[in-house]
Design a protein around this ligand. Structure first.
Ligand code: KIV
Ligand code: ZN
Length: 505
């Protein structure tokens, strides 16, 4: 019989930790709801002690999930464990996830602890957490660069103390598939009480091997895979959820293992994450890239028309892509519009739905065909926006190739109109400078991306910006048929996100 592999999603913790991927509370709740539809087994909602925002989001997610386990990360410290438990305790199925590094380099230089001290701390932390919560996972950070005997000793100790899942991360993306498989086999053979816990694997993609390593670990007997949607995460990212899940689905004959994920929710989950984080998926990305199911070469098209299986090992429908949908336009009603939004994976409340529907009607007057991509861009541009501390009222540009460009921007701030004028190297630069004068905080623009949402002259422009303040990066998005307006909206959105996360102005 096929083994059942647990899917532990850490998009909201390890994924969100990567620069510029931070999400506000509304966005996290939307993602958590979609991950539950995707039917992952565990959602790591955050690192409760790391900030008040993280604590609140773990708590809010714990409150909405109906049947998915929700985890919060903690160092091996009682204050972290207490914070995790405080945030998790209302959950239907809470899990405290404790981590402590076991590799020589981490113990010596980061923790400044001896191996014996690490062993004692790990065991004591698990014992403490076990009094609060029955479901305890322990992660031996940098396990793949740890001494095998010491790793086995720590795992035996934490299982004895009550851990029901032991995770062996390849924290720095260093290991090869056969080494990682050997690590899992070694644990199965050498840790005497391993039958009392599940083995979990957690890989990073620094050498592009995270999915291969996770699959090799499954072959060697791992029970749980930790991963993120679209593989987002620190540095080169984490194991991509969709690649592991579809590998298990397509090659069930080989792995003799499956998982409970509803693969038909994969595409919409991927779109939701790239929309919310602004981290675009590369066109040739496996499973969810724009070209993953596109057959350009004539000989391929001929083969696929004759029999899809000549060049297709899985169908677009299996990941929820390619249902035939009616085109929406200015005569479409609110019902059809709401159905379409649900089909993208969004669950907007009535107020947000009304707001996006209004924007859709305005756009439908400007564009002949409003595509799904346009509608998704409208949602990304506003539905989850942070509270609008600053809101665009109007702007006037004076530009040309023989004059100095100036922009006059008027914003609404705490019910009042505030206006500034600035000059710059073109209309976007001048407008952002005018906003800087109005907001009057030290912000650096560290990323600016613009893309057409669809083809054609009447396409909407979508702008994603990243701004930096006090060494933290905040993201913002804006969409409009006018790219200067899209730029202003994106910049204001980033500023509002920053103010919300910093609890300011
Ligand atoms: O990569 C890692 O080691 C981690 C642990 C905290 C699980 O993310
Ligand atoms: Zn990690």
């Amino acid at each position: 019989m096929a083994r059942s592999i647990k899917i532990f999603d850490t998009t909201l913790r390890d994924g969100e930790q990567s620069p510029g991927c931070s999400m506000n509370l509304n966005e996290k709740l939307e993602v958590a709801a979609q991950l539950e539809l995707l039917a992952v087994d565990v959602i790591e909602a955050g690192f409760a002690i790391s900030s008040p925002g993280d604590f609140e989001s773990v708590k809010a997610i714990a409150g909405i999930l109906k049947n998915t386990t929700v985890a919060s990360l903690s160092r091996a410290l009682t204050k972290d464990i207490d914070a995790s438990w405080e945030a998790l305790k209302a959950a239907v199925s809470p899990r405290i996830h404790i981590f402590l590094a076991t590799s020589p380099i981490h113990m010596e230089y980061k923790l400044k602890m001896t191996p014996d001290e690490v062993y004692e701390s790990a065991v004591a932390a698990v014992k403490y957490a076990k009094k609060l919560c029955s479901d305890i996972e322990f992660s031996a950070e940098d396990a793949s660069r740890s001494d095998a005997d010491f790793l086995h000793r720590v795992l035996e100790g934490v299982i004895e103390a009550g851990a029901v899942v032991v995770n062996v991360p390849d924290t720095v993306g260093y290991v090869t598939p056969s080494e990682y498989a050997a690590l899992v086999r070694g644990i199965k053979q050498q840790v005497p009480n391993i039958d009392k816990a599940m083995i979990s694997v957690h890989c990073h993609d620094d050498l592009g091997l995270s999915v291969a390593n996770s699959l090799a670990a499954i072959e060697a007997g791992a029970d749980q895979v930790e991963c993120t949607v679209n593989g987002i995460g620190e540095r080169a990212g984490n194991t991509s959820l969709e690649e592991v899940v579809m590998s298990l689905a397509v090659r069930k004959d080989y792995y003799q293992a499956g998982c409970g994920v509803d693969t038909k929710q994969i595409y919409r989950t991927s779109r939701l994450i790239s929309g919310i984080t602004g981290m675009r998926v590369q066109a040739n990305k496996a499973i969810v890239g724009e070209n993953a199911f596109a057959h350009e070469a004539g000989i391929h098209q001929h083969g696929v028309l004759a029999n899809r299986e000549t060049y297709e090992i899985m169908t677009p429908e299996s990941i929820g892509l390619g249902e035939n949908k009616m085109v929406l336009g200015k005569h479409s009603g609110r019902h059809a519009f709401e159905d379409r939004i649900k089909s993208f994976g969004y669950t907007l409340d009535a107020e947000k739905l009304d707001a996006v529907f209004e924007q859709f009607k305005v756009l439908a007057d400007k564009k002949k065909v409003v595509s799904d991509k346009d509608i998704e861009a409208l949602i990304r541009g506003g539905a989850f926006a942070a509270e609008e501390v600053y809101r665009l009222d109007r702007y006037v540009i004076c530009a040309g190739n023989t004059i100095t460009t100036t922009s006059t921007v008027r914003l609404l701030h705490q019910g009042e109109q505030v206006e500034e004028v600035a000059s710059g190297d073109g209309p976007v630069n001048a407008s952002l400078s005018a906003i800087n004068k109005l907001v009057d905080v030290d912000i650096e623009l560290v990323g600016y991306q613009i893309a057409a949402v669809t083809e054609g002259h009447d396409a909407q422009g979508e702008v994603n910006v990243k701004i930096k303040r006090d060494n933290k990066v905040y993201r913002g998005g804006g969409v409009s048929t006018d790219i200067v307006e899209a730029s202003i909206l994106a910049y204001l959105n980033a500023i509002n996100n920053m103010l919300q996360l910093q609890g300011g102005q």
